[in-house]
Design a protein around this ligand. Structure first.
Ligand SMILES: O=C(O)CCC(=O)C(=O)O
Ligand SMILES: [Fe+2]
Length: 375
C-alpha cells in the first residue's frame, strides 16, 4: 500500500476513521491474538509456530531486583538471572542504575513526536523503504520477492516506528533524528549511552550465570552495534484480526525494552503460551536475542515475542538492540563445548544471519532453527 513510492503510515490509516482494517493487515487465523484459555488437553508442541498456543492470563515475566549491581547481592542476583534466562529468556530488571527520569524522558519525547508532529512533518525523516533497517521514520519495510512466498510475512504490521542508529559513535548522526520536541536528540543520545552500559553489565551477569568469565558473551559480540527503535501502534479498529508486530525473536544479542502503560507486548513461553508483559514504568525488560542463544549453545534461548493492538489507545515502546558488527563470526562459546556437550549451532557470519532474516522474514524462530546442527 503506497503513495508515490512511500508506504502509507498506519497512523494515517487510523486517522482516516476506517471501521475495518485493509486486508493486508489481516493475520491468518492461526496468528491472530488469542483470547481463549488453555485447551483442557494441551498437546505440547516443539514447534515455535503460533499454532496450538494459548493465552496464559495468570503468568508474567519475572521481575529481578539488580540492587544497583551491589557486589554483596551478586551471587543471589546471578542465580535469579540464571533461572529467568533458562525459563523465560525475558525478564524485567529494577534498580538497574538508569535514572527512571531518563526512561520517562525517552517515552515523553517519543510520544510527543508521534502524537504532535503532523505526518507530513514526520515524513521529512522517512527512512529508505527499499533498504532493510534504514534509519528514520517508517512502517513495515517493503517485502522482497522471497518474503512474499511466506504467507505470514505478507501481512503488514499495525505499527509505525522511528529507528535510530546510535552506536558505534561513527554511525550516530542526531541531525537525522526528530528536531521536535527540542530535547529529543539529547535525550536519545543519553539513553543510548546508558543502555550500552546496562547491556554490558547484564551480559556480564548472564555469562557468569553459566559459569563463564564475565566478559565471555560481550567479547564474542564485540563492539556493540546499537539501534534504538521507537514503535508507535495507533488504535486499531479490529485488534482481533491484526498484530502490531508479528511473532519474532530479535536477531542480535540482547534487547532492552521499555513501554508505556498501555500494554500489548506478549512473550511466548515454552513454545505454547502467550504471556502478556505487564508494563512497569520503572523497570526495563531484558529480551535475550538469537546471537546469545548461539553463544550459550542453546543453554539460554532467544525469546519469541509479538505486539498486539487495541482499539482505544495508541501504544509506544522503545527497544534498544545490541548487535555484533556484520563481519563478526558467532559460534557457541568454546567453554561450553565438551564431548558430552557438542556444538548445537553452526558458526555464522552475523551479516549473513541478518540478511537471511530480512530476506525470509521473521516468523517466530525459524531463522535460528536453520543453524541448528541437530535439526
Ligand atoms: O512494541 C513492543 O513491545 C515490541 C517491539 C519489538 O519487539 C521490536 O521492536 O523488536
Ligand atoms: Fe522484538
Amino acid at each position: 500500500m503506497e503513495i508515490s513510492g512511500e508506504p502509507i503510515r498506519v497512523e494515517a490509516l487510523a486517522q482516516s476513521g476506517l471501521s475495518q482494517v485493509p486486508t493486508q493487515y489481516i493475520q491468518p487465523p492461526q496468528n491472530r491474538p488469542i483470547c481463549k484459555n488453555p485447551p483442557t488437553t494441551t498437546t505440547s508442541t516443539s514447534s515455535s509456530s503460533d499454532n496450538h498456543s494459548f493465552l496464559d492470563t495468570h503468568a508474567d515475566v519475572p521481575v529481578i531486583d539488580l540492587f544497583g549491581f551491589d557486589p554483596n547481592h551478586r551471587d543471589s542476583v546471578r542465580e535469579t538471572i540464571e533461572r529467568a534466562c533458562r525459563e523465560w529468556g525475558a525478564f524485567h530488571v529494577t534498580n538497574h542504575g538508569v535514572p527512571v527520569s531518563l526512561l520517562d524522558d525517552v517515552r515523553r519525547v517519543g510520544v510527543t513526536f508521534f502524537n504532535q508532529c503532523p505526518i507530513p512533518d514526520k515524513l521529512q525523516y522517512a527512512c529508505d523503504s527499499n533498504s532493510a533497517a534504514s534509519e528514520g521514520y517508517g512502517t513495515k519495510m517493503l517485502l522482497s520477492s522471497d518474503q512474499k512466498q511466506n504467507a505470514a510475512a505478507q501481512v503488514l504490521d499495525w505499527r509505525d516506528y522511528f529507528d535510530h542508529h546510535t552506536l558505534p559513535l561513527s554511525r550516530r548522526n542526531p541531525s537525522r533524528w526528530p528536531h521536535f520536541p527540542s530535547d529529543y536528540r539529547e535525550v536519545v543520545q543519553k539513553y543510548s549511552d546508558e543502555m550500552k552500559v546496562l547491556a554490558q553489565k547484564l551480559l556480564g551477569l548472564i555469562s557468569e550465570s553459566l559459569g563463564l568469565p564475565s566478559s565471555c558473551i560481550e567479547s564474542a559480540v564485540g563492539d556493540f552495534y546499537q539501534n534504538i527503535t521507537i514503535s508507535y501502534y495507533p488504535p486499531c479498529p479490529q485488534p482481533e484480526l491484526t498484530l502490531g508486530l508479528q511473532s519474532h525473536s530479535d536477531f542480535g544479542a540482547i534487547t532492552l525494552l521499555i513501554q508505556d502503560d498501555v500494554g500489548g507486548l506478549q512473550v511466548l513461553k515454552d513454545d505454547t503460551k502467550w504471556v502478556t508483559v505487564t508494563p512497569l514504568s520503572d523497570a526495563i525488560l531484558v529480551i535475550l536475542a538469537d546471537q546469545t542463544e548461539i553463544i550459550t549453545n542453546g543453554k539460554y534461548r532467544s525469546t519469541v515475542h509479538r505486539a498486539i493492538t487495541n482499539s482505544n489507545h495508541p501504544r509506544l515502546s522503545v527497544a534498544t538492540f545490541h548487535d555484533p558488527a556484520k563481519t563478526v563470526k558467532i559460534s557457541p562459546a568454546s567453554e561450553l563445548i565438551h564431548e558430552s556437550s557438542p556444538p548445537k549451532y553452526r558458526e555464522v557470519v552475523y551479516g549473513d544471519y541478518v540478511l537471511s532474516w530480512y530476506t525470509k522474514g521473521p516468523g517466530g524462530k525459524r531463522n535460528i532453527e536453520r543453524l541448528m546442527l541437530d535439526s
